[in-house]
Ligand binder design. Sequence first.
Ligand SMILES: [Zn+2]
Length: 241
Amino acid sequence: MELSVFSWIVIFGLLALIVNSIGIFIVYKNKELAEKANTYFMCFAAGLLITVPLVLVFPEAVEKNSAAGSAALVGFLFMFLSNRIIQHKTRQKTLAFGITAVEGIAIHSFIDGLIYTVTFSSSIFTGFLAGMGLVVHEFAEGVITFSVLIEGGFKSRRAFWFAFLMSGLTTPLGALIAYPIISKLNPAVLGLSLGFVVGVLIYLSASHLLPEARGHEKKHSILAFIAGIVLALFIIMTEKA
Ligand SMILES: [Zn+2]
């Protein structure tokens, strides 16, 4: 049975929401366990999210539009600059800290949703692989959002629901809002959007997930990173063979 592109986007949007909620729930119940698991999830996601854009999505983007490289640069700089603004605004560690940081996460999660739509619109295989990496990193996002809110002075029940709204629901929302626009793009413009997504994903992996994971170095964190790379390469090779 062939599923439509739209059904795939809905499935992955919901998966993202579920994994994000699991992250929030586990950190809510058992902070220690969540933080232990989190490093591995982040490293594994980083491995997937560096391999998939470089090996699979980027060549696809360039095939559709030779200017996709510039779009990737724009995507990377967009992430860099928006992170700078969030960092600048979150310097003060008060209640505002929790809220502004979570606003940043909400925008980020919304863009995550957009990535599902862009990659699935290119091909179901591309969407599936990029989506796999994103779904794994949703766990970390749930854990981080909840922790940031607690640090910002939220009570745990409120933090739980606020994290669910801001980092969980925003992802399927981003995917659904992007769909009517992305599905009408011609291949050349879709190529540019894919290029942009490549830049965003490379930033996410190299500058967001990996340094966080390295911050609390665990025994097998490098193995988790390599496992992510190997799994992505394996799936890409089998598809191309
Ligand atoms: Zn994300």
